[in-house]
Design a protein around this ligand. Structure first.
Ligand SMILES: Cc1cc2nc3c(=O)[nH]c(=O)nc-3n(C[C@H](O)[C@H](O)[C@H](O)COP(=O)(O)OP(=O)(O)OC[C@H]3O[C@@H](n4cnc5c(N)ncnc54)[C@H](O)[C@@H]3O)c2cc1C
Length: 478
């Protein structure tokens, strides 16, 4: 089962220029949508998203959402696996809140229309790297994120107190002289008109930053806007050096990096060197199911040893019927590149995938700035440490999105932000400048991929800092 993106993309409501919401949510992935849906209905909410509604990293998530819902599982086991994958750097209290909140959050999703795959009348549970149990819920085989977006968007459409502004990009936070966030400046993409939306609570839920690298699994919108907005406003951020490189995206010249989910290795696929050897066996006792950072580094080493020839995924020994039922989207995408998932070796390489660091936030989404909250991939709650356990990201957006909504609902009395919308002058945005800034993106991506990727050294990092300064000065002069 897969869901065409077009089906949920039409603009939903008109632009209400004079509205001042209680809560402004920036971003419409799993974190922003679940938060907006869980807010009490007496609060007026605006959700801003820079592309078509539905376009997000969430949409592309394949493998699934991890939660301890199986008969042989419990949150303590999920806790241990998360801590082990995080290389000793997880915040244990945050991990506890994440794994304990998982089962109820899954029920919330199901209640809101998400149709997870069912097997033998129970939720089907897949296995992924570094999980000691089968605990990854999936939908449409490998279309989990699309199903979650579909269901949450459908619910949001019928919520009368929520206004959705799509094709609208948040540019900057607005901070009162007393240091409280009182809303954001947004630009309507088509008209380039900038508007101040005043809100007593602003939530950054605008996702990751994979597009800082030349090779990434992330869609074009993942440009780290939320972290940049927070930095410019002086909000605390942390752990930005911890970027996860997914070990297996399709590789080859002229090919768009397309993620091949880890669940494929969970079902038994091998990683082979160019000489046909299962090189992960010598690298880690979990072999192909070692944590992502270990697999990504091992692949990088192997490619160097093999003179640049790529490693491959091999599914030829698996039941083809199971493979095609479980991974229909991937099989279809590979066909366009002339590859058959069940019979060909699939060339793969690591790609920038997920940013563990971000805006420092607690499990209710509260940041270092009053009036500003952060949830989902844009935040850094400490649950992932130095390396995220597979499928814990959708879970984080969901559990802490719901937690943030509950906190707002329990503490927030609707009051307008300090200045009503009409008293704030619109900000001039020079669209020529915006276009020029976009053209520097490729320079940044090349630099990051060359020196700030799977393996880094001091000289490369220093060279990147120097070059980024030059790019920064160029941007300021535009
Ligand atoms: C190919 C792929 C596969 C993945 N598979 C899995 C998986 O199987 N399991 C798992 O747990 N995780 C997976 N992940 C990671 C996971 O999908 C993301 O970490 C998670 O969906 C992030 O959710 P989010 O709501 O925080 O952000 P997103 O889903 O990225 O949503 C961000 C939203 O913010 C909007 N936005 C961004 N900037 C602005 C701006 N300036 N103004 C207005 N709006 C803005 C975007 O348009 C989007 O609506 C995968 C990621 C990718 C790319």
């Amino acid at each position: 089962m897969s869901f065409p993106l077009q089906a949920i993309l039409e603009p939903i409501r008109s632009w209400h220029r004079t509205e001042t919401p209680d809560v402004l949510v920036i971003g419409a992935g799993i974190a922003g949508l679940s938060l907006a849906l869980c807010l009490p209905e007496h609060l007026r909410v605006i959700v801003v998203t820079k592309g078509s509604l539905g376009e997000s990293n969430t949409w592309y998530a394949q493998g699934g959402l991890a939660a301890a819902v199986g008969a042989d599982d419990d949150p303590d086991l999920h806790f241990k696996d998360t801590i082990a994958a995080g290389a000793g750097l997880c915040d244990k209290n945050a991990v506890r809140a994440l794994v304990d909140g998982g089962p109820a959050a899954v029920q919330w999703l199901i209640k809101h229309g998400t149709r997870f795959d069912i097997e033998n009348e129970s939720l089907a549970l897949g296995k992924e790297a570094a999980h000691s149990r089968n605990r990854v819920l999936h939908a449409g085989g490998d279309a989990t994120g699309a199903e979650i977006e579909r269901s949450l968007v459908a619910q949001l459409r019928i919520r009368p107190t929520v206004t959705i502004l799509d094709h609208t990009t948040a540019l900057d936070l607005v901070v009162d002289p007393d240091g409280t966030c009182c809303g954001a400046i947004v630009v309507e993409n088509d008209s380039s008109e900038t508007v101040f939306i005043a809100a007593s609570i602003t939530v950054l839920a605008n996702g990751g930053a994979g597009q800082l690298w030349a090779v990434t699994s992330n869609p074009p919108g993942a440009t780290g806007d939320g972290i940049a907005m927070a930095l410019r406003a002086g909000v605390a951020v942390a752990d930005l050096e911890f970027t996860q490189f997914h070990p297996t995206v399709l590789s080859g010249s002229g090919i768009d990096a397309f993620l091949i989910t880890e669940a494929i290795r969970g079902e038994g696929a091998y990683l082979l060197s160019a000489n046909g050897e299962r090189f992960m066996i010598g690298n880690d006792e979990l072999a192909e199911l070692a944590p992502r950072d270990i697999v990504a580094r091992a692949i990088q080493r192997q490619v160097t040893l093999d003179g640049g020839r790529p490693v491959s995924l091999d599914l030829r020994h698996l039941d083809p019927e199971m493979v095609l039922r479980r991974f229909p989207t991937i099989a279809e995408r590979l066909k366009h590149h002339g590859l058959a998932l069940t019979t060909d070796l699939i060339p793969v390489a690591p790609a920038a995938h997920y940013i563990m660091g971000g805006i420092v936030a607690d499990c209710q989404g509260r940041t270092s700035m009053d009036g500003l909250m952060a949830v989902g991939e844009v935040s850094c709650t400490g649950v992932h440490g130095a390396n995220r356990l597979a499928s814990n990201s959708l879970l984080e957006g969901l559990v802490f999105g719901l937690g943030a909504a509950e906190w707002i609902g329990s503490t927030h009395n609707p009051t307008r932000a300090s200045l009503p919308y009409s008293e704030r002058p619109p900000v001039d945005a020079d669209t020529t400048t915006l276009t020029s800034i976009r053209s520097t993106r490729s320079d940044i991506q090349q630099l990051m991929s060359a020196h700030v990727a799977v393996v880094r050294d001091e000289a490369g990092l220093q060279a990147t800092i120097d070059d980024l300064k030059v790019i920064g000065e160029r941007v300021i002069l535009m």
